[in-house]
Design a protein around this ligand. Structure first.
Ligand code: PEP
Ligand code: MN
Length: 337
């Protein structure tokens, strides 16, 4: 339930409402909007009796939130969330481009790719330090050494850094180096990791699990937000279907579906969806055309020798072409608005 406060409600009145909600055995989370403050009740199992709340000073009305996720829902927070990190905004008018290798392999590799993607228009550099691999015998990432390389990339290029935390034992280390913490598809329902991410001061990019529904993705985002971190970016990266022509099937309909019910920004990872670089540019076009707030794409200067995901990594010249196309598409989208 949402307790909508009057436009002129005072801070003390909001506090009193939260206090009353706590006395009822629930939690009250204030949500400050452009026009008004609302208090979202979380922790209730069934219908909440709002009769006492409606009589309190400063309360305008109560609204039932119909979805099982509360804080991430658009019912609770009608305006779209815009996340600002330095001079980069995610969820605003311009799509964000996050690009880089699947994994950090060496300082030379990372700096070579970072300088190229920066030159061609990326704002955020991606690269795994801890890699969640299907096989225990595959390259697992360089760990802290890679995080130190990422720090150097930030210092030399000014690009923001996104890298994955794979469990609650490495998230503390990752948050010391990353500007955005990625939680991978395999970890979308790792609840201890989600809760820990909720205590981070860094924005979290949460990937959709390959067999997860939109509602399950949003419930996972709710875990993070309920712990106090409102800076969440969702990522569609393809789901598993009977279609075996691509590594996964990119669910483009997820983007408008999520945007209808949630205020969170949504980006698309065409690389893990496609599994082949030939499909990455067309899928990226589709992503922006259906309203994605950006893309997260794998780029390598020498894909045949990449230690992971070489087949789906764009050559730098292909990334340049993609970045140019996205600029043109964004302009077109604005004209059509
Ligand atoms: C990645 O982006 O490096 C990755 C492992 O992706 P996913 O979690 O989507 O498989
Ligand atoms: Mn990869």
């Amino acid at each position: 339930m949402l307790i909508v406060m009057k436009n002129d409600a005072t801070e003390a009145q909001v506090k009193a409402v939260i206090h009353e909600i706590e006395a009822m055995g629930y939690r009250g989370i204030p949500i400050t909007g452009a026009q008004r403050t609302a208090v979202c009740i979380v922790g209730n199992q069934g219908v909440v009796d709002d009769s006492r709340l409606l009589t309190m000073d400063g309360v305008k009305e109560t609204i039932r939130v119909t979805k099982p996720y509360k804080l991430v829902s658009r019912e609770t927070h009608p305006q779209s969330t815009i996340i600002t990190i330095g001079n980069v905004t995610i969820g605003g008018a311009e799509p964000v481009i996050m690009a880089g290798p699947c994994a950090i392999e060496s300082e030379k590799q990372a700096l070579t790719i970072a300088n190229l993607v920066k030159e061609y228009g990326a704002q955020v550099f991606r690269g795994g330090a801890f890699k969640p691999r299907t096989s225990p015998y595959s390259f697992q990432g360089l760990g802290e050494e890679a995080l130190k390389i990422l720090k150097k990339v930030r210092e030399e290029t000014g690009l923001l850094i996104i890298t994955e935390a794979t469990d609650h034992t490495n998230i503390e280390l990752v948050e010391q180096y990353a500007d955005i913490i990625q939680l991978g598809a395999r970890n979308m329902q790792n609840y201890s990791l989600l809760r820990r991410a909720g205590h981070s001061s860094r924005p979290i990019l949460l990937k959709r699990g390959f067999a997860a529904t939109i509602e399950e993705l949003l419930m996972s985002a709710e875990y993070i937000m309920a712990e106090g971190n409102p800076q969440i970016i969702l990522c569609e990266r393809g789901i598993r279907t009977f279609s075996d022509n691509t590594r996964n099937t990119l669910d483009l309909s997820a983007i408008p579906s999520i945007k209808e019910v949630s205020h969170l920004p949504v980006v698309v990872d065409p690389s893990h969806a496609a599994g082949r670089r030939e499909y990455v540019i067309p899928l990226s076009r589709g992503a922006i055309a259906v309203g994605a707030d950006g893309i997260l794409v794998e780029v390598h200067h020498d894909p045949p020798h990449a230690l992971s995901d070489g087949m789906q990594s764009l050559y730098p010249e292909q990334f340049a072409e993609l970045a140019e196309e996205l600029k043109a598409l964004t302009k077109q989208a604005r004209v059509n608005k």
